[in-house]
Design a protein around this ligand. Structure first.
Ligand code: ADP
Ligand code: MG
Length: 723
């Protein structure tokens, strides 16, 4: 039987088509709100279109004259779609996106010195290409001094403009006036350029003479849906996106009955609307299902270039939240909204491909393709080993600290999974030993054909942070709420560095095949410690990892302490991804953000306890006493239950009261630290511990208090709120 070919298959997959975009419309409506190449080809003069292509594919600068033509065409198209405003859309280091809307209106010049009698709709090339913004309220980590508070946004033509809510969105990079990156996109684009440059050098050695390859990314997004009314009644969910307390519900995810389970009608309606809107924005939403925890779901798009994938993931998160509200729900993207059940992550599927779609991490079928594949594979192995700390840092947030290493997500130790077949091949190459297949032939790189690795067989280990899944790597540590730019900046740059070293060595080789063999063998020997096919949740793994010399950076401050290590600064500087000053600013921002998040959480917890929980519990214990008194007076019975409960609750309330003070003192002590790293360390050691102790006492108390008396919805109310 031949392959099953379904035209436009990726657009024909909605399961539920009762409203919104109907089945037959999907292909037509797909990317309807995107100023993409096909629209450009229709609307731009031929020469302009060609210049636009060069600008997108070759990074050529655009002349102002051309930009004027593009801007005008963009505006006409946008107005036809109902747009009245445009915005330079950017991604500051808050991790979310930012925008400021400007209308297209301009006086029509009829008024002379007085008020104009009319307006025209205008949008110039200058406005398209560059925007100024007073950006002093965005985090800059000390890069932007107060006397130079201006930032500017620069058009990124490699990510298409689109329309959302009557506004034309123009994806842009955001920099200081000195040109320092203040955002996520700028370094991502730089890192993509770095890896493209080095990968091209390597490919040329294999006889390739096409354009530079590009990194591809598909990011699977996990999220929770909770009823809006429940969230409104929980200060912690409203302010911090997670529950700071809540007694363990009798049922969580033990029965595995939610994973891939039937999708509830309310969630289905949400998913349908989400798909419709994502498709209109050209986002390739593909797969959706229920995840492990109750109320948890996942959406996976079809992969695209790393830059567009990052933009699309931001839009996806934004639309998830917005559309959930329309359905009376809240979409929680926090990494750990609830104890007792799994948190949410975001798998970052990464590969690198030529412009015509040849995946360089596909093993291929010929000795030649195999050799090239092995070299790229080794580049990734070396990169992950050399820059374990940076990979860990790229996913280090206060929220994600709750997941990594908690046996629900990969451990904090970074390692790589290759699967048995591929590991055996590498072992054979390492030892110049025969490969263990049927005829036990010696494997000669560039001469012999590798065995085929069935894709399924490579993807069984769910506990590995960095897994080879047949033709791509899946980095499983990123947190659900974070921008995927960060991990991809690190992967791109670290792999670029491996490829640079490889190209340096191979370009000068006399016997290419021999040099290739030696290099691959040497790389495997030097970096095999990072390969681990075992169970990442196993208690012995951290010890084994330590024995191998791998890092175990359990928390965000411990990880961030390595960001400015000399080798890391050198890596980013030498590939033009971050200057030392830019890197230092990120370090400050990340530490500050960690501290701020924990500060808000601690304050929220103290507020909930002080203003609502203690008074409520005190009232309840008084009721118990009153009941005991009345019952005793009337009947003379002992009232054992009332008295014992009251004593227990009173003991706990005193404990809670004391623990609240301890938390306050811990906060005070942490905030007093001068140095940002020291402050973050105190938050990690003292504030986190004080919060955990306070929470435990509150949870015990909740378990003894009737739901009608407890001031907040319970974990059962929350997890099972969406019917
Ligand atoms: P798995 O079953 O391993 O999760 P899928 O085929 O379902 O694999 O893909 C998971 C994600 O990986 C999807 O978002 C998909 O688009 C993405 N992906 C697949 N191939 C690539 C690639 N070459 N580069 C980047 N991402 C990819
Ligand atoms: Mg996956």
């Amino acid at each position: 039987m031949g392959p099953l070919v379904i035209p436009h298959s990726q657009f024909l997959i909605p399961n539920f088509c009762q409203g919104g975009i109907r089945m037959n419309d999907v292909a037509n409506r797909f990317a309807a709100k995107v100023f993409n190449l096909s629209i450009m080809r229709q609307r731009l003069p031929k020469g302009t279109y060609k210049e636009m292509l060069r600008c997108i594919h070759e990074g050529k600068r655009m002349e102002l004259g051309t930009a004027n033509i593009v801007a005008n065409a963009m505006k006409d198209w946008a107005i036809e779609q109902g747009a009245t405003h445009f915005t330079h859309w950017f991604q500051p280091m808050t991790g979310i996106t930012a925008e400021k809307h400007d209308s297209f209106i301009s006086p029509d010049g009829t008024g002379g010195g007085s008020a104009p009698s009319g307006i025209i709709m205008e949008f110039s090339g200058k406005e398209l290409v560059r925007g100024e913004s007073d950006a002093s309220s965005f985090p800059s980590g000390g890069l932007r001094s107060t006397f130079e508070a201006r930032g500017y946004t620069a058009w990124d033509p490699t990510s298409y403009a689109f329309i959302k809510d009557t506004v034309l969105y123009i994806p842009t990079a955001f920099c200081s006036y000195g040109g320092e990156a203040l955002d996520m996109k700028t370094p991502l684009l730089r890192s993509m350029e770095a890896i493209s440059r080095q990968a091209l050098r390597v490919l040329k050695l294999f006889g390739y003479d096409g354009p530079a390859p590009i990194t591809t990314v598909g990011s699977e997004q996990e999220y929770f849906l909770v009823d809006q009314g429940i969230v409104d009644a929980r200060e912690d969910l409203l302010l911090t996106g997670r529950t700071l307390l809540g007694a363990k519900p009798p049922k969580g995810q033990e029965l595995d009955d939610h994973y891939y389970g039937i999708i509830k009608p309310r969630v289905q309606a949400f998913m349908q609307e989400l798909n419709d809107e994502l498709w209109e924005l050209g986002i390739l939403a593909k797969t959706e299902h229920n995840e492990v925890a109750p109320a948890q779901h996942e959406l996976a798009p079809i992969f695209t270039t790393a830059n567009i994938a990052a933009d699309h993931n931001q839009l996806t998160m934004e639309l998830m939240q917005k559309i959930a509200h329309r359905h009376g729900m809240v979409c929680l993207l926090h990494e750990k909204p609830f104890s007792w059940v799994n948190g949410s992550g975001k798998h970052d599927n990464w590969s690198i491909a030529t412009r015509d779609g040849v995946n360089l991490l596909d093993p291929g079928t010929t000795p030649f393709e195999n050799a090239q594949f092995l070299l790229f594979l080794c580049a990734v192995i070396q990169a992950v080993d050399d820059y374990q700390d940076l990979l860990r840092i790229s996913v280090a947030t206060a929220g994600n600290d709750h997941r990594l290493g908690a046996n629900e997500a990969p451990p904090a130790v970074v390692s790589m999974f290759l699967g048995d077949e591929l590991s055996e091949v590498l072992e054979a190459i390492e030892n110049d030993a025969p490969y263990g297949g049927h005829d036990r032939e010696q494997l000669k790189i560039g001469v012999d054909v590798l065995p085929r690795f069935p894709k399924d067989a490579t993807d069984r280990n769910r506990t590995s942070p960095f897994a080879f899944t047949g033709n791509k790597f899946e980095f499983r540590s990123p947190g659900a709420s974070q921008s995927i730019a960060k991990p991809n900046i690190v992967i791109n740059t670290a792999v670029a560095e491996s490829l640079r070293q490889f190209a340096d060595e191979l370009e000068g080789a006399e016997d290419f095949t021999q040099a290739l063999h030696d290099l691959i063998q040497r790389t495997i020997k030097a970096h095999k410690r990072i390969l681990f096919n075992g169970n990442g949740y196993d208690n012995h793994w951290p010890q084994e990892a330590e024995r191998r010399g791998l890092m175990n950076l359990r928390t965000t401050p411990e990880a961030l302490a390595h960001l400015l290590d000399e080798k890391n600064v050198k890596l980013f500087e030498s590939h033009g991804v971050f200057s030392a000053a830019e890197l230092r600013s990120r370090y400050e921002i990340l530490l500050e953000s960690y501290v701020k998040i924990l500060h808000i959480e601690a304050q929220t917890l103290m507020d909930m306890v002080g203003r609502n929980i203690l008074p409520a519990v005190s009232t309840f214990s008084a009721k118990l006493c009153e009941n005991a008194r009345v019952k005793g007076e009337v009947t003379g019975v002992a009232c054992g239950y009332e008295k014992a409960r009251c004593k227990e609750i009173s003991r706990l309330t005193d404990e809670i009261y004391a623990l609240c003070s301890t938390l306050g003192e811990a906060l005070h002590h942490a905030d007093a630290a001068e140095d940002t790293l020291e402050r973050a360390m105190r938050y990690k050691d003292e504030v986190v511990a004080a919060m955990a102790a306070l929470r435990a006492a509150c949870d015990s108390c909740e378990a003894m208090t009737p739901s009608g008396e407890w001031p907040y919805p319970s974990m059962i109310d929350i997890l099972y709120s969406v019917k």
